[in-house]
Ligand binder design. Structure first.
Ligand code: UD2
Length: 361
């Protein structure tokens, strides 16, 4: 399955310099005018697509400086950012920055969030400000611009599932502030279609992984990869029998592109692979892919940890015409190669390769 092309559109990606957002920007940049609104709390300018080898880009226009507070060339090394990408260094909670970033857009991919479940437990009001209050500003701005919105929701909306695989009609009983915030946003997103006739889609990501996922609050795959590379113990919480549905970021990008054109709006879709993998198997997979001899150790189980999570993908397959393509084995293999490349050559070269891959799809 190939994703439908989005061309000659003006698109805002909130959180566009972050893990998932930057991959989306890479896919959109060759044929669209892309605005990135990011406060760079976890994102990086290095994740944004580089200018193509040939100086001019056909089929799209660049944002004019008068429309935006800052262009790519003003805020970053102009050789690192694609001509079609305008970077707005600001917070989604800042109405002025948001207004300027969203002016005249056809489409908004809302990826900005405080993604850490544990941080949301430590500071529920702070995470609510971004994940819900500011997200509501994004929806309101979309309404203002009459723009389609695709929102990043999460499997965290389900809490401890009462069925496996989890379908979109399963009960939603989130067990963290993060999950509560994502559920409220997911509901707002769906209702905006009905109340304001706005084409909206909510995508409930399962466990995302891939290049550029890093930092203290990133997912288990990047943690295990770092540990295996350093030949440090690979730390399994509990007995490792808990399972997750791991989905590669390139598949998440495809799901977003499908959501940007589908007629089946005003609804939420599970974005997973439909396959569950235990954390113990994952530890071995990562260790083997790296060729490491790191020991696998067990710690206390994580408080409140969900035992099993796996997506029923039939609705996404049927209505969104989306199905994941990257197996966990090949996703981990390519992640290991990618990180090998970026440690041996410049980040730029890895970015160019990634960008090239999206351009060809
Ligand atoms: C939740 C959400 C996910 C996403 C993410 C955002 C669910 C099912 N998933 O992911 O959609 O929103 O939060 O942060 O609600 N683990 C270890 N050792 C480590 C690190 C993790 O064993 O060093 C285990 C951890 O205990 C858990 C599993 O790996 O059982 C996955 O953990 P995670 O933090 O990558 O993601 P998870 O499922 O909490």
């Amino acid at each position: 399955m190939t994703s439908p092309a989005i061309r000659d559109s003006t698109v805002l990606v909130t959180g566009g310099a972050g893990f998932i957002g930057s991959h989306l920007v890479g896919a959109l940049a060759p044929h669209n005018e892309v605005r990135v609104l990011d406060n760079f709390s976890t994102g990086s300018r290095e994740y944004l697509p580089p200018a193509p080898a040939s100086a001019s880009v056909s089929g799209s226009t660049s944002a004019s400086a008068s429309e935006s507070p800052a262009t790519s060339s003003e805020t970053a090394d102009s050789t690192t950012v694609h001509d079609n990408v305008t970077v707005i260094d600001g917070d989604i909670g800042d109405p002025m920055a948001l207004q300027r970033a969203a002016r005249g857009v056809d489409l908004i991919f809302h990826q900005a969030a405080l993604v850490s479940v544990s941080r949301s437990v430590d500071a529920p009001r702070r995470s609510n400000e971004t994940n819900l209050d500011a997200s509501l500003l994004v929806l309101e701005q979309a309404r203002q611009e009459d723009a389609r919105v695709v929102v990043a929701s999460s499997a965290a909306v389900y809490g401890h599932p009462d069925e496996l695989p989890i379908s979109e009609t399963a009960s939603t009983d989130p067990n963290s502030p993060y999950g509560i915030q994502k559920l409220a946003l997911d509901q707002y997103t769906r209702r905006y279609a009905e109340l304001y006739d706005l084409p909206t889609v909510s995508l409930r990501y399962f466990n995302a992984y891939g290049p550029r996922q890093q930092g203290p609050y990133s997912g288990v795959i990047s943690t295990f990869l770092d540990q295996a590379r350093a030949d440090n113990p690979i730390t399994i919480d509990g007995n490792g029998e808990q399972t997750r549905d791991f989905i590669h970021v390139s598949d998440i990008v495809r799901a977003n592109l499908q959501a940007a054109t589908t007629d089946a709006v005003g609804t939420a879709y599970n974005i997973g692979t439909g396959e569950r993998t235990s954390i113990r198997d994952l530890a071995e997979l990562v260790r083997d892919a790296v060729g490491s001899t790191a020991p696998i150790v067990h710690r206390e189980p994580r408080p409140g940890d969900i035992r099993h999570s796996g997506a029923d993908i039939s609705k996404a397959r049927r209505e969104l015409e989306f199905e994941a393509q990257v197996s966990l084995e090949s996703g981990i293999r390519s992640l290991v190669q990618e990180t090998d490349r970026s440690t041996t050559s410049s980040q730029q070269a890895a970015m160019a390769a990634q960008h090239e891959q999206y351009s060809q799809e």
